[in-house]
Write a protein that binds this ligand. Sequence first.
Ligand code: GDP
Ligand code: ZN
Length: 470
Amino acid sequence: MFSDTIVALSTPPGAGALAVIRLSGAAAIALTASVFSKKSLPTAAGHTLHYGTLRDPNSGEILDEVVVALYRNPRSFTREDVVEISCHGSDYVVRQVLALFLRQGARLAEAGEFTKRAFLNGAMDLAQAEAVADLIASDSALSHRVALNQLRGGFSQELRELRGRLIKFAALLELELDFGEEDVEFADRTGLAHLLAEVRRVVAALLRSFELGNVIKNGITAVIAGRPNAGKSTLLNALLREERAIVSAIPGTTRDFIEDEISLDGLRFRFVDTAGLRDNPADEVEAIGVSRTRQRVRQAALLLYLFDLSEMTPAEVQREIQELTEGLDLPVMAVGNKTDLSTTEALAAFETTFRAEHSLTASSAPLVFVAANQQIGLDALQTALLAQVRGSALENTASATIVTNVRHARALETAAAHLAAVQAGLDTGLGTELLAADLRHALAALGEITGEISSEDLLTSIFTQFCIGK
Ligand code: GDP
Ligand code: ZN
C-alpha cells in the first residue's frame, strides 16, 4: 500500500457529457468526503453510488453535481480505496475539481500509475498490466480480443504452467549440486530432454505468434505496385471509399482517417501507392522510380501487383513480379484491372496461361480480377487479401495465445536461447552446474514476462517440494 493518494482525470480531456475523475489511496474516501455533500460517505459500503454536490470548503462555492462511485480496498482496480467521481464533462469543471483535490492533499497521478499500483499491490501480473494499456489502445475488433484475453490472464497462465514444470527440474538439478561430489542424478535426463523439447516448441510457437500479434496490433503494410495507369490510385480510392461508407453509416463516429488505412474483418491494412513501374527503365529518372518502389516493397508485408489486363501478358506480369520480389520472402497478389474491357473468355485464358508457367514462383500467387473504377471485384479482392495474410496460422491460433508485446517477445527470445543451451548441454553431457545455470537463465527470462521471477522463487520451490532440512 502506498501512503499517498493519487488523483487524475480518467476520461479523455475536452468537452463531453461526463468526465470521470479517479482517486486511489488510503485517503481517497476521506478526501472526497471533505468536499462532498453526503456526510454518510466515510462509512458507506464499497461498490455503492452516491449522488451529491462538490463544494470548495474554503470558498463555500459549489463546483458541480456529481455521482461518486466508492470501492473499498481490496475490492478495487488498484486494491486500494478507490473513488470515481462522475462530473459534468467541461474542461473548466474538471480543472476546478482536480485543483480542489490537490489543495485537499491528493497528488496528481503519473502516467499509468493506477495500473502500476494494481500490479505492485498484486491485483494483476505484469503481462496483465501491459494488456490494460493494449486494451485502451486497441482500435480493431481483433486487437481488442487479443488484449482482453491477455488481461484475463490467458498468456500469463500458459507461461506460468511452462515455468512451473521447468522449475521442478531446476530444483532437482540444484539438489544434485547440493550433494556436491557424489555422483547422483536426481533429475532424470531423459525426462528433462522430453520436457525441454515440449517447452521449446511452445516458446517457438509463442514467438511465431508475435509476428501475427504484431500484424494485429500495428496493421499490415501492403504496397500497391504496377505500371503507370494500371489503376493503382483508382483501386486505392475504391477500397477507401467502401470503408468510409461503412464507417460513416455508424452514427456518431468522428474518427480521423489516416488516408490509406482500411480495416478488413478486424485487421488493419495500410495501403501504400507507389510511383508507376516502367516496362523499360531506360533513363536514369525512371530507374530511380523503380528502385524506390523496390525499397517500398522491401518494407511491406504484402505486395499487391496491379496491372491493366488489356495491356500486359501473363508472362510480362510474372516477370515484373519476379523483378520486384527478387530475394524477398513476401506474399504476392496479382490483381488484373479493367475487366470491363475484357471478355470472360479472355480472362479465363489469361488465368490458364498465368498458372501454366510453373518455373516462376509468381505463378502460384493468387490472381484476382477487378474493375477498380466500377467497384467490381472488390469483395473478392478483400477476401483474397485476408486469406493471404492470415493463411492457416490465424485459423489455428484464433483461440490460442498471441504475443503482441515487444518486451514479451524479447524475453521469449532470451528464454529460447537458454533453453537451446540446456538442450545442447544435455546432448553433450554437460555438467550439472552449467545445465542448472542455463535453466535458471531461461526461467528468469520467462518469469520476467509476468514479473514473478526472483531468485527466491526458485528457492521457495526447492523448499516446498523437498523437505530436506539444510
Ligand atoms: P495509376 O497510375 O496506376 O494510379 O492509375 P490511375 O488510378 O490513375 O488510373 C489510370 C486510368 O485508368 C484512369 O483514367 C482510370 O479512370 C482508368 N481506370 C482505372 N480503373 C479502371 C477500370 O477498372 N476500367 C477502366 N476502363 N478504366 C479504369
Ligand atoms: Zn496513381
